[in-house]
Design a protein around this ligand. Structure first.
Ligand code: 13P
Ligand code: SF4
Length: 314
């Protein structure tokens, strides 16, 4: 089917089934263009909790679909490809995480949203990269905290807040593999360019970054800045939105260690395609289902995050 026909059919099915399409900034441009909302993990959770449509198609990875289902269980939630996982979420199996936190019963458990529903069910407060620092800062100064699963984000927040959170040793396969040497080469080639980095990147990269933030924070910074060139150290899908919002500026993807691979793309995010989105709307599969006992426990820490974010305008 041609791309134009796929887009027409997606639109028709969306209206016929009273569906809404939510997409993450890392999705392919074609998917971002047909989506009703494109945002970061926090915005996707906020939108999902408020959706009145009968069906949510979450074009992102599995944990994003689960979060939408947990928040809005009356709705049917689909993800175009159920195999669209997340290396971070997978680095933190619920059983092993439970053992870890059980060893520190006096600790508050703060989990990044990039986790399974089962891990969220073991958590006190969920955070995203848009609100993690602020939420940790709100916790009592003497609170003992476990943070999982992203050790780079946890380490970054520890440095920002002066806390000494215990960290789970997980990383994202995209953010862990940028090449500092190749980025420094780019900085020499574009001496005026600013380096933008997601806090999932390792410290050795964050220390040379000009601005660190979630996907939405990096977008805001790029739009406000007077600078005309940026090297972007996060998943390359975001460049589409950056270029669209700032046609007068140049965005250069930060290169991975391995010059022969497209490792600055998240292969999980890229599993969703326009065709799979069409088939998912048409056939109403694959559907995200969450065990009700897990959901009831997992909604509490997500709800806390949403309440705090609303209170502080995050
Ligand atoms: P954001 O919350 O910044 O959108 O990040 C999501 C993600 O998966 C980063 O790799
Ligand atoms: Fe997960 Fe990394 Fe992909 Fe984000 S970019 S969804 S953290 S694997």
């Amino acid at each position: 089917m041609s791309k134009e026909k796929l887009i027409r059919n997606i639109d028709a099915l969306k209206r016929a089934k009273n569906a809404v399409i939510l997409a993450h900034y890392y999705q392919d441009p074609d998917i971002q263009d047909v989506a009703d909302f494109v945002g970061d993990s926090l915005a996707l959770a906020q939108w999902a909790s408020e959706v009145s449509a009968d069906v949510i198609v979450l074009c992102g990875v599995h944990f994003m679909g689960e979060t939408a289902k947990i928040l809005n269980p009356e709705k049917r939630v689909f993800v175009p490809d159920l195999n669209a996982g997340c290396s971070l979420a997978e680095s933190c199996p619920a059983g092993a995480f439970e053992e870890f936190i059980n060893a520190y019963p006096d600790h508050i458990v703060v989990s990044y949203v990039n986790t399974s529903a089962a891990v969220k069910a073991l958590t006190d407060i969920v955070v995203t990269s848009s609100n993690a620092r602020q939420i940790v800062e709100i916790l009592p100064k003497d609170a003992k905290i476990i943070f999982g699963p992203d050790k780079n984000l946890g380490d970054y927040i520890n440095k920002q807040t002066g806390r000494k959170m215990l960290l789970w040793e997980g990383v994202c396969h995209v953010h862990a593999q940028f090449s500092v040497d190749r980025i420094l080469d780019l900085k020499r080639k574009y001496p005026g360019a600013l380096l933008l980095a997601h806090p999932e990147c390792p410290e050795y990269l964050l220390v040379i970054a000009d601005h660190i933030g979630s996907t939405s924070a990096l977008l805001r910074f790029a739009a406000k800045s007077d600078c005309k060139q940026f090297i972007v150290a996060t998943e390359a899908g975001i460049l589409y939105r950056m270029r669209k919002e700032n046609p007068d500026k140049e965005f250069i993807p930060a290169p991975p260690e391995d010059a022969t691979c497209a490792c600055n793309e998240c292969f999980y995010m890229k599993m969703n395609t326009l065709e799979k989105l069409y088939l998912c709307l048409k056939n109403e599969t694959p559907e995200i289902l969450v065990d009700e006992r897990v959901r009831v426990d997992a909604i509490k820490p997500i709800g806390r995050m949403l309440e705090i974010s609303e209170l502080y305008g995050l």
